[in-house]
Structure formats: structure tokens, C-alpha cells
Design a protein around this ligand. Structure first.
Ligand code: HEC
Length: 161
């Protein structure tokens, strides 16, 4: 399915359809054509990695990351809200449907968001950008931490598939 391709002295492993794409674009080459082909290939590879190569989450490591959430959240079933809501079962649930914490804004429930890999990833990287007006200012900056905490939230969500 994939092939090694050398462009501008660097070797890339690319799915075969992209190799065909490059070859078809660089026919009759010339520097501009090559540059264009290169841009397309790099773009395609970035797309692929965005779609498929999301860091694998590790729930055990996520438990460690959760230490940073504990000031504001509990995770055990029936745990009390703190500043934020209890997060047991949050994966697969609609935002804002757990008993609210003391810093409740009302924006989560208005958002209609369902918490899954994608929505949690965006939320944890930048809560107030993902849902305007929310009161969670804490965010995670490392993709691996985000993947790990999502895996941890998932194992603490009995209804998640
Ligand atoms: C400083 C306090 C604070 C920290 C730290 C914090 N949160 Fe929050 N979180 C909140 C608040 C407050 C809300 C509710 C926001 C609102 O209502 O505007 C919230 C909401 C959430 C929600 C939405 C819950 C729902 O039921 O819709 C998720 C998911 C969440 N936080 C995950 C996390 C995770 C995971 C961490 C740690 C990586 C974390 N939070 C760290 C304060 C915090």
C-alpha cells in the first residue's frame, strides 16, 4: 500500500495513491512543478497524520494527568461536583448534563456538544475557544497528555463503546 518516495533529498513513506499523484504532477517537471508537487504531498501527509496518527491514548498515564484536574473535578461514580462537574461517564454524554459545579456557566448545556475523541481533544486544548463563555480556564498543551486523559475518561465511562 505504501512506497518510499524521495523528494528534494528526503525520503518519505507515502501511500501509493499519493506517489501516483506526485508522478502525475511532476511529469514534464521543471522547478515550479516540483515545488508544487512537494507542497501537495506534504499537505496530503499532514492531512493523513491529522486523520489517522492521533497519539494513542494510554489510560494508565491518563490517571496521572488527571491529578491536574482533581482540584476541580471528581471522576468516581456519584462523586460530588467541585468547581467543575463530576466526570464519571462523561465520554459519550452530552455536555453540561451532570450536576454542575460552583463555576457553572450554563454554556456547556447550550452547546449541544457530545463528548467524544474529537470534541474532548478540542475542549482540552482550548476550552473557551471551543465553547464560548465557559469557565474552565485550565488547558492541556501536550497532545500525548490529551490522548491519555481521554483514554482515562473513557475507561471511567461505562456507556462508552
Ligand atoms: C481550575 C478548575 C478546573 C480544572 C483544573 C479543570 N477543569 Fe474541567 N471544568 C471546570 C469547570 C468550571 C467546568 C464547567 C465550565 C462551565 O460550566 O463553564 C469544567 C468542565 C469540564 C468538562 C465538561 C463536563 C461536562 O459534563 O460537560 C470536561 C470534560 C472537563 N472539564 C474536563 C477536564 C479535564 C480532563 C481536566 C484536567 C485535564 C480539567 N477539566 C481541569 C474547571 C476545571
Amino acid at each position: 500500500m505504501s512506497d518510499e518516495t524521495t523528494i528534494a533529498g528526503r525520503t518519505y513513506t507515502t501511500p501509493r495513491y499519493i506517489v501516483h499523484l506526485i508522478k502525475s504532477i511532476s511529469v514534464g517537471s521543471g522547478p515550479m512543478k516540483l515545488a508544487a508537487a512537494f507542497a501537495i504531498v506534504v499537505g496530503a501527509m499532514l492531512d493523513l497524520s491529522a486523520g489517522s496518527a492521533h497519539a494513542e491514548g494510554d489510560a494508565a498515564a491518563g490517571e496521572g494527568v488527571f491529578n491536574r484536574c482533581k482540584t476541580c473535578h471528581t471522576i468516581e461514580e456519584g462523586g460530588p461536583p467541585k468547581m467543575g462537574p463530576n466526570l464519571h461517564g462523561v465520554y459519550g454524554r452530552q455536555a453540561g448534563t451532570a450536576p454542575p459545579g460552583s463555576l457553572h456557566s450554563g454554556k456547556l448545556e447550550e452547546s449541544g456538544v457530545i463528548w467524544d475523541d474529537q470534541t474532548l481533544t478540542e475542549w482540552l486544548a482550548a476550552p473557551a475557544r471551543f465553547i464560548k463563555g465557559v469557565k474552565m480556564t485550565f488547558r492541556l498543551t501536550k497532545d500525548q497528555d490529551i490522548a491519555d486523559i481521554i483514554a482515562y475518561l473513557k475507561v471511567n465511562s461505562p456507556d462508552a463503546e
